[in-house]
Design a protein around this ligand. Structure first.
Ligand code: HXC
Length: 259
């Protein structure tokens, strides 16, 4: 699967891992309207393509994952169009988070503003040793507007989220790992590290993986318990559940069929 986007490269390997690469290297992959529109299209394609099992999101080059929303475009905004811009980006990033296939950000350099927010909308994050995270918005007289005020506090907690947002300080991979913003630091090849994390996930029951993502993202404790129990019950009627438990009892590796 490969499609003619101008600002995105979509590549799917023979193991069903789609790589979405933001491709505006001259502008450090900054997110302009076209990138967001193309991303939305790509996420819909991935959602509808059953052969895609997992997704990697990254940026072209070795300098930036994404250096934020395109500041040139932001300059022209007024109150209604600014709100609309924020809403649009929130929706596109939510499409990504709503994918029920594991999504891993491979952060290859600067992930600033909207770029950090894009990484946060991925289910998991692997950082290259050169990764730098930051929310520079208040320094531009703005606030994070692509979901960052909400997601960051869920991922690293309110105090650290406020510190990053209010001070605009940038943190490198090691600190991002200590703070729980990234799951792993790739000591060598970043893409390989992202793939290896995905392969580890794909060894497990596919329906169970999908439902686990859905349950973890269910907000509200009571609604979360309800969702967890409902999905747990559904899984008890899958062939994968019979296979997984039989394999354990028979001391062999399971062979999941996703049924
Ligand atoms: C537009 C950008 C850009 C951005 C970089 N460029 N970031 N253009 N929007 N966010 C462009 C530069 O203008 C320059 O273009 C080229 O990319 C290379 O960048 P340099 O600044 O020359 O590179 P360098 O000196 O190495 O600095 C790298 C950097 C810096 C530290 C990442 O580019 C930077 O601070 N960028 C802005 C980061 C930022 O503030 N992001 C948050 C945006 S607000 P030319 O044509 O001069 O070569 C946001 C809000 C989201 O994201 C929510 C919206 C609703």
């Amino acid at each position: 699967m490969s499609q003619p986007y101008e600002t995105i490269i979509l590549d799917t390997d023979d193991q069903g891992i789609a790589t979405v690469t933001i491709n505006r290297p001259k502008k450090l992959n900054a997110l302009n309207t076209q990138v967001l529109e193309e991303l939305s299209d790509v996420f819909t394609t991935i959602q509808n393509d059953e052969s895609v099992l997992a997704v990697i999101v990254t940026g072209t080059g070795d300098k930036a994952f994404v250096a934020g929303a395109d500041i040139k475009e932001l300059r022209a905004l007024d109150s209604p169009s600014g709100k609309e811009k924020s809403r649009k980006g929130q929706q596109v990033f939510q499409q990504l988070e709503d994918l029920r296939k594991p999504v891993v950000a491979a952060v290859n350099g600067y992930a600033l503003g909207g770029g950090a927010e894009l990484a946060m909308a991925c289910h998991l994050r692997v950082a290259g040793t050169n990764a730098v995270f930051g929310l520079p918005e208040v320094g531009l007289g703005l606030i994070p507007g692509y979901g960052g005020t909400q997601r960051l506090r869920h991922i690293i907690g309110q105090a650290r989220a406020l510190e990053l947002i209010l001070t605009t300080k940038q943190i490198k991979a090691e600190k991002a790992y200590q703070w729980g913003l990234v799951n792993r630091i790739a000591e060598e090849d970043l893409e390989e590290a992202a793939r290896s994390l995905i392969h580890k996930i794909l060894e497990n029951g596919p329906i169970a993986v999908r439902y686990a993502i859905e349950a973890v993202y269910q907000s509200g404790k009571e609604a979360g318990f309800e969702k967890e129990a409902e999905l747990f019950g559904s899984l008890c009627e899958t062939e994968d559940f019979v296979e997984g438990t039989s394999a354990f009892l028979e001391k062999r590796k399971p062979d999941f069929k996703g049924k």
